[in-house]
Design a protein around this ligand. Sequence first.
Ligand code: AHG
Ligand code: MN
Ligand code: MN
Length: 298
Amino acid sequence: MTLSEYLKEQGVDDALHSIFMTLKEAVASIAEAIKISDKGKAGTENIYGEEQLALDVLSDKILGELFKKNEHVGLVASEELPDEMSVGEGEYAACYDPLDGSSLADVNLAVGTIVGIYKTDTFVGVKGDDQLASMIAVYGPSTTMILTVKKGVVKFQMDDKGEFVMCKSDIQVGEGKMFAPGNLRASAVREDYLKLVNYWMKEQYTLRYSGGMVPDINQILLKGKGIFSYPGYGDTPDGKLRILFECAPMSLLMEQAGGASTDGKVRVLEKIVERLDQRTPIFIGSKEEVKRCEEYLG
Ligand code: AHG
Ligand code: MN
Ligand code: MN
């Protein structure tokens, strides 16, 4: 079944269907760009003072230009742009991290794209629960998309013609001993996080951590178990990961697959986005593991 056939079967409206057609074009172009282009620095910084790679800038351009051409999209926001940007009259809005984990591209590890879709004329004041759909694309040995239109979670793989064909339906996340402990530096000063990580180690969990949130969450979704954590500490109590561009789209996928996602106290999808670059600690994956994180850290 192709992506288009799946979306029609789910009864999504023409506008959302067309947005996913734009997304599949963007993902195919970004996949091609990663294969052949320069892995070096762009010589610029984004507004968060993070050094941009040529590939960050290129991926952002690909998505921005394609969304501009889609009449159903009125607003975009990107990790690589200084502010949200009006792109037309459409009632849909797309926010994205064009290339997550981009610093892994030069060593040929998997990287990804994260997208959340809303109906809004500003992202200020939205919460993840307002999303109508979300998607992650993984650029690895194959190019894949895992998405939700809030009717469960499915996986598509790109074929040699750039068509996306379903390869897994009804993705479910249950329980199992696999952990991806991000920001382990925090355990040097946070006794609670050290205790939590020690618990996972003593219980002989399998370590699966790639340094890219997209491949790490992708793995939890596809193996159907596990936990990804990224707490804050010290000067960065909210950690590094952004609600709008990273955590909300991932949290929607995880909840739609039967998993959970919290900041330690509150469901990530309930958190109001007050600023586009707002960050949040995140603990996401199997329900029981997320509960354990809340018990240890909440
Ligand atoms: P980005 O490349 O978009 O800036 O984000 C990378 C993120 C995420 O993918 C990963 O889980 C996390 O940063 C890793 O953080 P550390 O560099 O703190 O290990
Ligand atoms: Mn990112
Ligand atoms: Mn990024």
